[in-house]
Every structure is written in C-alpha cells, then in structure tokens.
Write a protein that binds this ligand. Structure first.
Ligand code: ADP
Ligand code: MG
Length: 396
C-alpha cells in the first residue's frame, strides 16, 4: 500500500490540520488533572516539530475520552496542552473550541510555525455517531485548515468526521507515525520473514475472531492464550468451570479449524476459585478444571510449547495477554512470553493497550522491533488490510 505524504511540498504559511491521538488518561494531583501516560503525545512530537520548522501553522485535533457530544469540563484538552508544551519546549496555543468563526480568527492571528491545540472534537455531536457522522460538521472542521494530515493510526478504524470526513474537503496526507504503522503492519500481511508466528490472547474472542481467521491464512503458527482461549476450549467441549468465556461465541468458535496443526491452544492452566491475589492457585491439565474454578493463566507446559514454536520464528506478532496479568500471581506466562521475545532475534511486532503495559512490567517494550499505537485499529488493519481513515490517503 502506498500512501500520499507531504514529501517536500511547501507548507510555509499553510494551516495544516494534524489529526493526532491525544486520548490519554489523567491522575489527579492536588485536584488538578495531570497526564498519566504521555506515550501518545510523545509519538506526535516529531511530526509537530517538522511541520512547525517548515513554517506551517500546526492545528492539532483529537478526541479525549467520551464526552458523548457535549462539553464536559473534566474532559477538556487543557492538561494535554500543558504536557505538550513541556515536551516541545515551545508554547502551545490552546483554543476553547474546534470549529467556528472565533477559532478561525484565532488561527489566522498566530504566526507561521505556531502550534495550536483545538478543543476535544467529541464535545460536538457531529463527531459522535460513527455510522452517520455529520458532513456539515466535517466541513466546518476542514474550514480551519488548508491541508489535512492524519497521524492518528490508533483512531483510524473510526469512520468519524475528524478522521474520514475532513479528507472529503481538503488535500489529505498520511503523517509519519501513521505511515510507519501501515508499513510495519502491511509487511506482516504481505511478505513476512517466515516462519511467521502470531500470539493472540486477551479477554474477548468476539473482538479478535476476524484477526484469528486472517492469521490462520497468513501465519505459519497461531498461539492462543488468555481468556479467549477459554472460549475455544469450551468449543472443544472441554470443561472450563467458572472461567471468563463468551457464551454467545462458543458456536461461532466451533467453525474455526480447531484441529489445524498450526493452531496451538493451552495444554495446562493455572486456576483459582476467585480472581484475587490471596486466592490459592492450582496448576492443572486442561480438561481437569473443577466446576468452581476459573482459568486465570496458561500453565508452564503451555509456555514451553509456545516458546518452542516462537524459537523457530523469524517474524512474531503479539496481541493480548496470556492471563489475568493485572495480578502478579496470574502474570507469569505473560511475563515469560514478553521476556522470551525481548531476547528473540525475530522481528517482533506488538500491539494492544494491555499487551504493551505487560511488556513494560518486564522492561521488554524497548526490545521489540515495533510497538503499535493502535489496539483495535491494529486488529482491524490486520483483518481487513485497510481502515476507513487510511482509504482517503491511499495512492495504491
Ligand atoms: P489488549 O488491550 O492488549 O488488546 P485485551 O484488551 O484484548 O488486550 O485483553 C486484556 C485483558 O484480558 C486483560 O485485562 C487481562 O486481565 C484479560 N485476561 C486475559 N486472560 C484472562 C483470563 N484467563 N481471565 C480473565 N481475564 C483475562
Ligand atoms: Mg484492552
């Protein structure tokens, strides 16, 4: 896939709307909201700096949390602007809205090279509904700029005004971070160094079924762990006690090629009666889980099986923890996979909010070849090979 990029075109004096993913969480410190994890803001800094250095007015646009179409003061962009100022080391002009005459006038008054942060686009109902986003609102957003650059890969699976609406009205380009995501993830689909081994875990099989099917087609081996493997075990008529499963997905899971030799599922598991750190745990073979037990991690034999397959890989993709890793007791398998991949010579591509958090537990995040900024977006891209926000930026 080839994307339209700004290249060396002259942007001096142009108003460039840069769509970013500043959808962060906050800590309260003395009653003040402070950005908890600034990875997404840091990710945007090189693109902001480049546009500013080239003399563009950089107009930043993003969601923040879920205000559902109305103004919610606790979800305004002020703390994001403050953090961005610290990271850039230059002033950021934070505006109180993202559309309207006032906004346009304020943009017209800032000098070339300025960085302007628009208010949370989700304060407006025109952004809210993905199915029927408001074209009039998209046009209003577009009126703030001369060019549009989408650098928000992590939100490009959303068919909303600020992602796929604005390109209907402005010349539109892929940003550096989005372009890198598309390059790295397309490589997995098009020409991975083989063997290509995928590891999928996490909570819900419903959100990953499409990806699992696609990987059964593209990968040389697929390793399934986490709660979603419980649903697969149920589909194989294995007793899983009180484990987290998706009942409505059991029949659907039966349609997967569950006996395909490339597909590996847990052979042993760690169980407990309750998902707490005090609960006593039991290691057992799959098929011997008691009615009052829950599967909360994959067992050491499964970890050995998975790492032996991973040891053969030249390319690895991982999304979804192997267990309920928020409690140390049930984080052992997830830690072991992360630690194993940290020393692997294979190309390692990892995505998903919780999966990346699990890499940080063992200091493995920096050791990966590529960590995706997209959770849902990465899964949908792997499943479909494109996203609604990427289609308008494609050259081929
Ligand atoms: P990501 O954010 O990396 O895409 P998911 O959101 O799909 O990952 O899933 C992560 C969640 O899955 C974690 O909160 C983890 O606790 C949960 N999980 C994984 N395995 C189990 C399990 N066996 N039982 C309960 N929860 C689990
Ligand atoms: Mg998650």
């Amino acid at each position: 896939m080839k994307l339209r990029t700004l290249g060396s075109q002259d942007v001096r004096g142009k108003r460039v709307i840069l769509r970013v993913t500043f959808d962060v969480h906050f800590n309260l410190q003395h009653g003040k909201r402070v950005v908890e994890d600034d990875a997404r803001i840091k990710d945007a800094v090189p693109m902001i700096r480049e546009l500013s250095t080239r003399g563009a007015k950089v107009i930043l646009l993003s969601w923040l949390q879920r205000p559902k179409g109305k103004r919610v003061p606790e979800m305004d962009m002020t703390p994001v602007g403050e953090r961005l100022e610290e990271l850039l080391g230059t002033p950021v002009t934070k505006l109180d809205d993202c559309v309207g005459d006032d906004v346009r006038q304020q943009i017209s008054r800032v000098p070339d090279g300025s960085v302007v942060l628009l208010e949370n686009v989700r304060f407006h109902p025109g952004e809210k509904d993905e199915k029927t986003y408001d074209e009039v609102f998209a046009k209003e957003l577009a009126a703030n700029g001369d060019l549009f650059v989408n650098d928000a890969f992590g939100q490009s699976h959303r068919d909303v005004a600020s992602i796929s609406g604005i390109p209907k009205f402005l010349p539109s380009f892929a940003g550096q971070s989005l372009e890198r995501e598309v390059r790295e993830l397309s490589a997995l689909l098009e020409n991975p160094a083989r063997p290509f081994v995928a590891v999928i875990g996490g909570a819900k099989i419903s959100s990953k079924l499409g990806v699992i099917k696609q990987l059964l087609d593209k990968a040389d081996a697929l390793l399934l762990g986490g709660a979603l493997a419980n649903t697969i075990l149920r589909a194989k008529n294995v007793q899983v006690g009180k484990s987290l499963i998706e009942e409505h997905m059991v029949e659907v899971a039966k349609e997967l090629p569950l006996t395909d030799p490339r597909l590996h599922i847990p052979v042993d598991v760690i169980t407990a009666k309750e998902p707490t750190s005090e609960a006593s745990t039991r290691l057992t073979a799959v098929g011997r889980v008691e009615d009052d037990e829950r599967i909360l991690d994959i067992g050491p034999d499964t970890v050995r099986l998975f790492t032996s397959v991973l040891a053969t890989a030249k390319t690895v993709m991982w999304n979804g923890p192997m267990g309920y890793f928020e409690l140390d007791t049930f984080a052992k398998a997830t830690d072991a996979i992360a630690t194993f991949l940290a020393t692997s010579t294979a190309k390692t591509v990892v995505g998903g909010g919780e999966t990346i958090a699990s890499l940080h537990r063992v200091g493995a995040a920096e050791k990966m070849s590529f960590t995706s900024m997209g959770g849902g977006a990465m899964l949908e891209f792997i499943e479909k090979g494109t996203l609604p926000g990427i289609e308008p930026l494609r050259l081929s």
